[in-house]
Design a binder for this molecule. Structure first.
Ligand SMILES: *Cc1c(COP(=O)(O)O)cnc(C)c1O
Length: 374
């Protein structure tokens, strides 16, 4: 049967069909507001008050959302989370880092460090996709590289300091805004705007503790070669002036600011993480009732509230489900390409309405019925 011929009844369809894990759903109201900004924002200088005030509001909003303690600062720059890995290679790791690796994204950062001649080989603690590794205290490690949510597998890990000394940097690209976190447990919590913050790609944000700022300044003063676009001292100086070293994407800033303001005005992280938790409860409860679907992450403690990965029984082809969903306007439920599992991956970021996750499960049930009813 051709799955694209399956028609899902309108009453079962989510109100918004975007379930991709990144880029992810941008609320239509934010897009309308961007269009309404007309001639006032896009196409104007990022060195003038209109854009600087927007950046200031965003930095202030993030500090409020994460209840950053005195002395923590919000840095930003261009290039997304991937560029921030390289920035850490040059500007945060003194000589040796330890990495938790449990999927594609955490592994890419460890590889970037391993290629750097000026650093020692990183210590890598890895676990099978779908499970979570644990960091351990090590005397020679000056950066512990954790990941809050491994987007490729749907594993959420605890953010806890493994040792009293050494910086803790956390890749929170898909976690930020959708999962609770305690600032005392990290020195750098970094992310890009196209996942939990319902914006577009291209920028990185990093919530930095005083110890992280001290490290940035120390390495910058050491004479180490640092490419200017990856220089965190430069990013620090520009961020303090609500600017970036080079031109940022203004639409990305605008959309992200809308989302952070929406989260804060509704109650902050309790509200936004609460929405993801509600969506996740709906999704995983549905798998319990399903005879053919089950969570890929077998240990419930590590099951993500922001990215759900759902395996299907062998006699069901998950590719046909995602194809049928796609034909009905439900997009990007395909699994992470390199994971190669018989799976759907479903984003449950705060922007995604828990009711739409409920409707998605009904839509999948409808498709399953049509696929097996031959
Ligand atoms: C998407 C993602 C990245 C890469 O983000 P870019 O903005 O594309 O560089 C890194 N880490 C995690 C956990 C991600 O989900």
């Amino acid at each position: 049967m051709d799955p694209s011929q399956i028609i899902i009844p309108v009453e079962l369809l989510p109100s918004d069909g975007r379930f991709g894990s990144g880029p992810s759903k941008v609320p239509a109201a934010a897009l309308d507001a961007l269009a309404r900004s007309g001639k006032s924002l896009l196409g104007t200088s990022h060195r003038q008050p209109t854009v600087k005030d927007l950046v200031a509001e965003l930095r202030r909003g993030l500090a409020e959302l994460f209840r950053l303690p005195e002395g923590y600062e919000v840095l930003l720059g261009n290039g997304g989370a991937t560029a921030f890995w390289d920035a850490q290679v040059f500007g945060l790791i003194e000589s040796k880092s330890q990495h938790l690796v449990c999927g594609e994204f955490s592994s890419k950062f460890a590889q970037a460090v391993a290629m750097a001649d000026h650093l020692e080989d990183p210590e890598v603690i890895s676990s099978e996709p779908g499970s979570a590794p644990t960091a351990r205290r090590a005397g020679d490690v000056d950066v512990y590289a954790l990941i809050h949510n491994e987007t490729s597998t749907g594993v959420a890990l605890p953010v806890e300091r493994p040792a009293p000394e050494g910086l803790v940097t956390v890749d929170a690209t898909s976690a930020a805004g959708g999962l609770h976190v305690e600032p005392a447990e990290f020195d750098v919590y970094y992310f890009a705007p196209q996942k939990g913050f319902a914006s577009d790609g291209g920028l990185w944000f990093a919530l930095c503790s005083p110890a992280a700022i001290e490290r940035i300044e120390k390495i910058a003063a050491s004479g180490r070669y640092i490419p200017p676009s990856l220089d965190l001292k430069t990013a620090l100086e520009n961020s303090r002036k609500d600017q970036t070293y080079n031109t940022p994407a203004l639409a990305t800033l605008f959309l992200m600011e809308r989302q952070v303001a929406w989260m804060n005005s509704n109650g902050g992280l309790d509200f936004s993480a609460g929405r993801s938790a509600r969506s996740a409860a709906i999704l995983y409860r549905w798998t319990e009732e399903s005879e053919v679907a089950s969570p890929f992450v077998t240990d419930p403690r590590f099951r993500s509230n922001v990215v759900g990965t759902i395996d299907f029984a062998d006699h069901i082809d998950a590719k046909q489900i995602s194809a049928a969903l796609r034909a009905n306007g439900i997009l990007d439920t395909e699994p992470y390409r390199k994971l190669g599992r018989n799976q759907l991956r479903i984003a449950m970021y705060p922007a995604i309405d828990p009711e739409d996750v409920e409707r998605l499960t009904h839509s999948i049930d409808h498709v399953l019925g049509a696929l097996t009813d031959v």
